[in-house]
Every structure is written in structure tokens, then in C-alpha cells.
Design a protein around this ligand. Structure first.
Ligand code: HEM
Length: 517
């Protein structure tokens, strides 16, 4: 029983193969029978300094804190040390703000200030974090392992507090909804609230799952919200935001990714002009395997047109095996003579590029939010690991070469977050049209810069974690995951080089004609 107390001397008497106790962080464990099942082997538990002794340091240099939290291992605890309190605790995913330096953006760190966040944002952040840690984190870890799509119970829970609606950003779709239990009024909800949601969600450290929980909707629904007919909106939007139906954006193809003018999926009108007949294929479609609706980019007589397709005869989806988990529902979509009413056209016929462009800024900004926070997760992991792991008799962080790597990743993470907050502030103060004009370049640059940085940070973090950084279980599991999935950020929403060029071309367009050195 965990409530029993023992002195260190009493524990020390249980020091043989047939009667084996150890102390970890003031808790006493009977590992006699567990020894034969220990994933790290039986012999290590009999090594010098372990039987009947305080094994705290040895334990934390080899195991994550969460190991002790697993029910099957919790049961091994037989008591606690008399008059001693646990000194170690998990600083992640317990609903609290971490006090590990740089584990939180500065606006959340004690004693720091920010011009951007109000008391309302702070209350909102607390509630979102609690929600994510309680409901989403456990499902994220389980689904990331089994590759199944996110549990419907989590999607429903998210709908209860209107997380799906809030992830669409500020706007009229929030009207009449009770957001996060009423903490923020629909008309007060701004891009900083949305940034908070996105960044809190990616603390789960499960990239595929993160996309699985309705990222398709974040990029697939805005064209319906902004360009769909009132009838289409009335039919589609409520059920999607309630988490009962799923939608995805289906633009990229095997033939063309960033180059939307190179798309080959065609939509041709029937003779009576009442329907589109769509033929083609779409590739890398997030949430595609389980989507009910597809926002499809098509080549039409007038150019490029976006059309909403409902799952029906002629629409087939099959999973694509990518580097991240199949929880994301990444699909190859085939469209064979799919008949769609012309009323499903989103925006003008031939005006698809405008529909897409108006979506891209928001989509890329969301990705910047994710990338910035994921890099911070790596900083957090590296700070803890280098603090608790000893090599050559000293903690890893006592080595200058390790500290230099930490310095780089901290500086990159901080600069990205600060730039991101500046852009978010501009978004809060610009109309959608102004944003499209003035922020397409800066957002493209930020995304390019952020994903460049993230790859350097991923490489350095693997060096810091060594073999554990390439191992899917144990101490380095988040690092392995990050390093494996970081290229997604650099590709989705426009490849780095394409975005860099877009930013410079935008700047060139703004050059005063008479500017001279
Ligand atoms: C209540 C006590 C313990 C439990 C429940 C436990 C559990 C585990 C688990 C689940 C693993 C698999 C890796 C992971 O998921 O992190 C593991 C690995 C390991 N454990 Fe333990 N362990 C305990 C105590 C110890 C102690 C005291 C030592 C002593 C040095 C030890 C040495 C190891 C080693 C060497 C590995 C392999 C690590 C690796 O592959 O990187 N364990 N243990």
C-alpha cells in the first residue's frame, strides 16, 4: 500500500534477488517479481547501488517520468519514505504552466510581460491547456501508436466547447456559439485566441494525430464559409463544426503540388449546364480517408475552379503511408465521372485561384503557430534531458558543445514566436483583404524561416539525445517523432523555396520605381 511509510534502513534490508526493493523519488517499490518482466532486463536491477537503495538518479537517466504513472507500474509501489516528499514531477501535460526555462512562450513565463495578450487570453489559455491535457493528450498518444483515426469521443468533446468552430478563426461562423464554456464572447475572439488553440494542441507531440483532429476542416471548410452559397453553407457548415461530418482540402496531385496551375483534374459541364462532371486524382489529402466532403481544385474551361464534392459514387479514397501516423487519414483520392450540382461551385467559375489564395495565408499562419510551438517542445525535451542525463560523470549540460546547441535552438524558437506574434497582431488589425495584400509575403517568409529552423533544431536534438533520438520508445520518443515528421511542415502549404520566392516577389512589387542606391 502506498500509504505505508518506511525508513531508508528498513528499505535497505530488502536487497536480495528474492526480496528486492528500491527507492525512486521518496517512493518505495517492490520489484522482486517485476524483475523478470523488466523491459530493461533483470540484471540491471541487481547492479551495485540499486537493491534496497535510492535509485532515483539511475532511474531518471533511463526512463521518462510517465513510466511511473502507468497503472501496471504504479502497482509496484509499496509505500513512501518516512518524512520525505517527492522532488521530481512531470512538467508536461499536467495542465500546468511549466517552469522549465523556455518551455513556455515568454508571455506565459512568470515575471515576463507582453503587449499582445489580455487577461481574457490568459484565462482562455488555461482552459484550453486543461482541456488538451485531459482529453486530447491521452488519445493522441494511443492513436499515434495504433494509427487509428482520432476517437469520435474526443471530436465530440471538442465540438462541445466549439473548438472546431474556433479553429476556423474569428468570424461570423462563431455567432451564437458558447466558446470554451463562455470564457470568450464570439465577437471578442481574435487571432491570438486561435494561436493559443493551435499551439496548445501541438503540445501533444503527435504530428499525425494533430492533423487527424480535423486539420482537413481548418483548410477545407474556409472556402465553403467564404465562397459557398447560403444553401450550401446551411447544409454543410453546422454538421462539420459539430464534428459529425468531415471535410478536407483536395488540391495537390501527383502531377502538381505547389503549382496549382499544373493541376490535371478536370470539371466539365453537362449539356444542360446543371452539373459538373469531375475526373482526376488528388494526392496527400489530409483527413481524406474519412472525409465526407472534399473541397476540390479543378481545371475548367475558364481556368481554375474550386468545387465542393460530396462522398458518392465515383469518389474513392485510399490511405497513403507517410512518415507520420495514419491517424491523419492521408489519402489518395480518385474522382471518376463524379457528378456534382453547379451550385456546389465555390466562388466564381475560373476564380479558383482567388479562393485558394485567400485560404493560403491563414493556412500558412496556422502552420507557423504549429511549427513554433513544436520547436519549443523540442527545447523543453532537450533542456530536461541534458539536465538529468549524466555522461562522463557530469550532466550533459555541463558540456559547452551541448550548451551551444541549446543556445541555437532557444534563439531560433524565441525569434519565430516573436515574429509570429507580430504578424498575428497585424492580422488582428487588418481586414481580410488587407491581410491578403500586406501579409502574404511576411507569412510566407515566416513559414519558410520557421521550417528551415525546425530542421536544424531536429538534427541538433537527435545529436543531443544520441541513440534515443532515433528510438520510437523511451526517453527520446518525442525527439524521434519530431525528427521523422518535421519535413511535413516544410512541405505542406507550399514548399520552402516556393514560399521564399513568393515573399521576395511580393516585396519587388512594392519597390518604389525611382528607388536608387
Ligand atoms: C519501478 C521501477 C522500474 C520500472 C517500472 C521500470 C520500467 C522500465 C520500462 C517500462 C522500460 C522500457 C523503456 C521505457 O519505456 O522507458 C525500462 C527500461 C530500462 N530500465 Fe527500467 N524500470 C524500473 C527501474 C529501473 C532501475 C532501477 C534501473 C536501473 C538502472 C532500470 C534500468 C533500465 C534500463 C537499463 C532500461 C533500458 C533503457 C533503454 O533501452 O534505453 N530500470 N524500464
Amino acid at each position: 500500500m502506498a500509504s505505508k511509510t518506511f525508513t531508508r534502513e528498513e528499505v535497505a534490508a530488502h536487497n536480495t534477488e528474492g526480496d528486492l526493493w528500491i527507492i525512486i523519488d521518496s517512493k518505495v517499490y517492490d520489484v522482486t517479481r517485476f524483475r523478470g518482466m523488466h523491459p530493461g532486463g533483470a540484471s540491471v536491477l541487481l547492479e551495485e547501488g540499486i537493491p534496497g537503495q535510492d535509485a532515483t538518479e539511475a532511474f531518471f537517466s533511463l526512463h521518462r517520468y510517465e513510466v511511473l504513472e502507468r497503472p501496471q507500474y504504479k502497482r509496484l509501489q509499496v509505500g513512501v519514505l518516512k518524512g520525505e516528499e517527492p522532488q521530481c514531477y512531470a512538467t508536461s501535460n499536467n495542465g500546468e504552466i511549466s517552469n522549465v526555462p523556455y518551455a513556455e512562450p515568454s508571455w506565459l513565463a512568470e515575471g515576463y510581460h507582453s503587449p499582445y495578450y489580455t487577461d481574457n487570453h490568459r484565462r482562455f489559455q488555461k482552459a484550453v491547456r486543461k482541456f488538451v491535457d485531459e482529453y486530447i493528450y491521452p488519445d493522441a498518444q494511443a492513436r499515434e501508436l495504433d494509427g487509428k483515426r482520432p476517437s469520435q469521443s474526443v471530436i465530440d468533446k471538442m465540438a462541445e466547447v466549439e473548438l472546431h468552430a474556433m479553429r476556423m478563426g474569428p468570424g461570423k461562423h462563431l455567432k451564437g456559439r458558447t466558446l470554451m464554456g463562455g470564457i470568450v464572447k464570439p465577437e471578442e475572439f481574435d487571432y491570438f485566441h486561435e494561436l493559443i488553440i493551435t499551439q496548445e494542441l501541438c503540445r501533444c507531440g503527435a504530428r499525425g494525430y494533430g492533423d487527424g483532429i480535423n486539420s482537413g476542416c481548418v483548410i477545407g471548410l474556409p472556402p465553403v464559409l467564404n465562397f459557398g452559397s447560403p444553401e450550401l453553407q446551411a447544409r454543410i457548415v453546422p454538421e462539420v463544426l459539430a464534428g459529425k461530418k468531415f471535410i478536407c482540402l483536395a488540391v495537390s496531385e501527383a502531377h502538381a503540388g505547389s503549382d496549382v496551375f499544373g493541376l490535371q483534374t478536370t470539371a466539365t459541364k453537362t449539356e444542360d449546364g446543371k452539373h459538373w462532371i469531375i475526373n482526376g486524382t488528388k494526392k496527400w489529402i489530409t483527413n481524406g480517408t474519412f472525409s465526407d466532403y472534399f473541397t476540390v481544385g479543378c481545371k475548367t474551361e475558364d481556368g481554375f475552379t474550386v468545387i465542393l464534392v460530396e462522398r458518392q459514387e465515383g469518389v474513392e479514397t485510399k490511405p497513403i503511408k507517410t512518415a507520420y501516423s495514419s491517424a491523419a487519414g492521408t489519402a489518395y483520392v480518385t474522382l471518376d465521372n463524379v457528378k456534382v450540382p453547379v451550385e456546389n461551385t465555390l466562388g466564381e467559375e475560373g476564380g479558383g485561384i482567388f479562393v485558394m489564395l485567400s485560404n493560403f495565408n491563414h493556412e500558412r499562419w496556422v502552420m507557423c503557430c504549429t511549427s513554433a510551438r513544436s520547436q519549443r517542445l523540442v527545447v523543453d525535451e532537450c533542456m530536461k534531458w541534458t539536465h538529468q542525463r549524466k555522461a562522463f560523470g557530469k550532466p550533459l549540460n555541463s558540456q559547452a558543445v551541448v550548451r551551444a546547441k541549446l543556445a541555437g535552438m532557444i534563439a531560433r524558437t524565441e525569434s519565430i514566436q516573436n515574429w509570429l506574434e507580430n504578424i498575428t497582431y497585424q492580422m488582428c488589425n487588418m481586414s481580410y483583404r488587407e491581410q491578403a495584400n500586406k501579409l502574404a509575403g511576411p507569412i510566407a517568409f515566416l513559414k519558410m524561416y520557421s521550417t528551415r529552423c525546425s530542421q536544424i533544431t531536429a538534427t541538433d536534438s537527435v545529436q543531443i539525445f544520441g541513440g534515443r533520438g532515433i528510438t520510437q520508445t523511451g526517453m527520446g520518443r518525442f525527439i524521434e517523432h519530431y525528427h521523422r515528421t518535421v519535413p511535413f511542415d516544410a512541405l505542406l502549404g507550399g514548399a520552402e523555396d516556393v514560399l521564399a520566392d513568393l515573399g521576395v516577389r511580393q516585396a519587388m512589387r512594392g519597390m518604389p520605381k525611382n528607388a536608387r542606391l
